[in-house]
Design a protein around this ligand. Structure first.
Ligand code: ZN
Length: 224
């Protein structure tokens, strides 16, 4: 079986760099996470520069419900693109439940400056960013959906956060389940976790996975 080509896409957003990933083989062109609405044109341009018209994307996989990840997923709705997310985060992504970060920040009386910035961005974009999920993922049924992709449940940053593992390529796309600094791979920031204990368990699970390359959505790629 042919291995995936793996390309990390770099987007500049008002909140810093974002790193969606594009995977392709002969059958599929798969985008993992989609950026903030404000980065849509950059995303389209970078994907086209890799040789793919946007309409050729077959699958979009969302690691979780946060706006900087799902923000442009509904752009793909008119195309023949299937959209995937975890069963747990799906109701937030499709709008049946209020996005968790929005809910938390809305009810916080003393938002810091940065928290207020995040709150305003979510508030402004939330309603127009909801998207219907075609397939709900979980570790148990993922092999029915994907042949060469393993879904790893990595809750903690959000309850339904998933990571994407490519066993043949030994690549782990960890979304926001890790951060990468000069000292190496770290657990996510406690301030951005819905459940930090779960996030620590997920971090251990990730570190026990056999990868040569790991990609953090906000910090880019780390190779061994
Ligand atoms: Zn994020």
């Amino acid at each position: 079986m042919e291995n995936f080509h793996v390309e990390v896409i770099e987007l500049d957003s008002s909140g810093g760099k974002l790193y969606p990933v594009l995977l392709w083989d002969q059958e599929d062109v798969i985008l993992i996470d989609t950026g903030l609405p404000e980065t849509l044109q950059q995303l389209i341009k970078k994907i086209e520069e890799l040789g793919f018209p946007i309409s050729s994307i077959t699958k979009v996989i969302l690691t979780h419900q946060d706006l900087d990840h799902m923000g442009n997923a509904n752009y793909f709705e008119p195309f023949d693109t299937k959209i995937y997310a975890s069963k747990i985060d799906t109701p937030y992504i499709n709008g049946s439940k209020e996005l968790l970060k929005f809910n938390v920040l809305k009810n916080k009386s003393n938002r810091t400056e940065i928290e207020d910035e995040i709150y305003q961005v979510i508030k402004k974009n939330m309603a127009k960013s909801h998207v219907d999920i075609d397939f709900e993922l979980s570790e148990k049924n993922d092999e029915i959906i994907f042949e060469k992709i393993q879904v790893i449940n990595t809750p903690g940053h959000t309850p339904g956060h998933i990571s994407i593992y490519l066993p043949a390529e030994k690549v782990l796309i960890a979304g926001d389940a890790i951060t990468i600094s000069e000292t190496g791979i770290q657990p996510p920031d406690i301030n951005f976790c819905s459940d930090f204990n779960a996030a620590m368990e997920s971090y251990k699970k990730i570190m026990n996975t056999d990868f040569n390359q790991i990609i953090s959505y906000h910090d880019g790629k780390f190779m061994f």
